[in-house]
Design a protein around this ligand. Structure first.
Ligand code: 5GP
Length: 204
């Protein structure tokens, strides 16, 4: 029987570059399923339902919660975000590794439910740079930027709760670090199936 998939949770302040790292890293990594989140936030220009997020109105999002359809959910700067559970569960069961991109509250919830999850924190080189990146995106009002920055400070304080930290200063370095974590975790002996162990032993 193949091993169960490994669950990776990536967290880090809004604007830190989680999406950019993921988009650059995913083509380099086989067998990694990216979980598309549900949200009540309005679409940014160019965002598509089913590709970037599943965009729901608050009533439909509440329905998902009521029907136990979300592995975790959290409020973030006035909107709700959540991870549809079925695709994650199915991928893990068929032996595919899974990547979730979550803010801190949701990441903690996943860790509580699934303690074997591997937790990665993406940190900005500094807060001035984070401020610059958030403004450069040009999608949020000043008030929302301030709220996102306040939330970022809270998230950075929690860095020691994570297994790994990647500083996104130079993108190529951050992508290399991110890929290294995924590859190294896959090589852990605890993922060896009884069949793999038997194979090693038969050579002795
Ligand atoms: P944004 O609005 O910038 O796309 O996302 C805001 C924050 O919500 C980011 O930190 C992002 O990682 C987080 N987020 C995205 N999807 C989910 C989710 O399914 N659950 C939780 N808890 N956070 C999410």
């Amino acid at each position: 029987m193949s091993r169960r998939g490994i669950l990776f949770v990536m967290t880090g302040a809004s604007g830190v570059g989680k999406d950019t790292i993921r988009q650059a890293a995913l083509p380099e990594i086989d067998n990694l399923f990216y979980s598309i989140s549900a949200t009540t936030r309005t679409k940014r220009p160019g965002e598509l339902h089913g590709k970037h997020y599943y965009f729901y109105d608050p009533a439909s999002f509440q329905e998902l919660i009521d029907n136990d359809g979300l592995l975790e959910h959290a409020e973030y700067v006035g909107d709700y975000y959540g991870t549809p559970s079925a695709p994650v569960k199915e991928a893990l069961e068929r032996g595919q590794d899974v990547l979730l991109e979550l803010e801190l509250v949701g990441a903690r919830e996943v860790k509580r439910k699934l303690p074997e999850a591997i937790m990665l924190f993406i940190a900005p080189p500094n807060l001035i740079e984070l401020d610059r990146r958030l403004r450069g995106r040009g999608t949020d009002s000043e008030q929302r930027i301030q709220k996102r920055l306040a939330r970022a400070r809270e998230e950075i304080k929690a860095v020691k709760e994570f297994d790994y930290v990647v500083v996104n200063d130079m993108l190529v370095t951050a992508v290399r670090d991110f890929c290294s974590i995924i590859y190294a975790e896959r090589l852990r002996t605890r993922h060896l199936s009884p069949g793999d162990v038997a194979n090693f032993l038969k050579e002795l």
